[in-house]
Each structure stands twice: as structure tokens, then as C-alpha cells.
Design a protein around this ligand. Structure first.
Ligand code: ZN
Length: 149
């Protein structure tokens, strides 16, 4: 069995074409997809996922590496436009899912001081946004993408 067959990110990407309403997909090009996270209740928490299955940027091709910088910038601009975040946290761990993906998390004025900086890692995964909240925020983000934010 290829590693891709057992990978949640690969499986989700294969399912994208079948999705219509309720999709968390915000943007995609040939190298990356940007989704809204389904973990935590942080509005504007995005995840950049490589379209191809690889662990990290050391395994990315030249085109993928160049595209990454542009997609990261776009994701951060979307987060700032949507949330007016004072900081935007970005990190990639690759432990739970060994398919390259990057967390892009708004740190707004309303985020409790305890979770700022490295403590963002202890922010609770549950409750997540409700389905209708997720749909609303994804719609806003897709509108920003469409209108060039
Ligand atoms: Zn994968």
C-alpha cells in the first residue's frame, strides 16, 4: 500500500471534486490547497496543504518551493483581512499527519493572553466551529479570494 492510500490529507483532496456545499476549501492551485481548519473554534485558522504527498519542503520540487512562498503570503493576507490579527502564527510539525501542511493561525486581540506565543499549542481543539459558522467563514474567504482581497 502506498503511503498516500492511508493519508487523511490525500483522501480529503481526492474527495474535493465531489464536494459542493459545506466545503472547507478556500483556494487551490497545482501545488497547494488552502482550507479552513475544522479543529478549534478560532475563526480564520487556515491550513495550507501540499497537493502531492511529501513530508516537508526538503522533498518539494522547485515549482512547489516557489509556489509555497506565494501561497503562504496569500494565506496570511487572507487571515489578516478576515480577522485583523495582530500576529499570524505559522508552523508545520508533520507528526500526526506526515503530509506537508502548514498551520496559519490568527492571533487577534481577543485571544486570551495565556494562549499567545508558544502556548497556542495548548489551545483546545474542541469545541470546533459549528457547521454554519464554518460555512460562513469559508464563504467570506472564498469571496476575498475571488475579489483579490
Ligand atoms: Zn498524503
Amino acid at each position: 500500500m502506498a503511503p498516500e492510500d492511508d493519508c487523511v490529507i490525500c483522501k480529503r483532496q481526492k474527495a474535493d471534486s465531489a464536494q459542493t456545499d459545506g466545503s472547507d476549501l478556500v483556494y487551490a492551485n497545482d501545488e497547494f490547497a488552502i482550507r479552513h481548519s475544522r479543529e478549534t473554534n478560532i475563526r480564520g485558522y487556515l491550513v495550507i496543504e501540499a497537493r502531492r504527498h511529501y513530508l516537508d519542503l526538503t522533498e518539494a520540487g522547485e515549482e512547489e518551493a516557489i509556489s509555497y512562498g506565494k501561497v503562504l503570503k496569500s494565506a496570511m493576507q487572507l487571515v489578516r483581512k478576515l480577522t485583523s490579527a495582530e500576529r499570524i502564527y505559522t508552523f508545520s510539525l508533520g507528526e500526526a499527519v506526515p503530509h506537508f501542511h502548514v498551520h496559519v493561525i490568527p492571533r487577534t486581540d481577543s485571544l486570551p493572553r495565556f494562549f499567545r506565543g508558544r502556548n497556542i499549542m495548548s489551545y483546545p481543539l474542541q469545541p470546533s466551529l459549528k457547521d454554519e459558522q464554518l460555512a460562513e467563514v469559508c464563504q467570506s474567504l472564498r469571496y476575498l479570494v475571488k475579489t483579490g482581497y
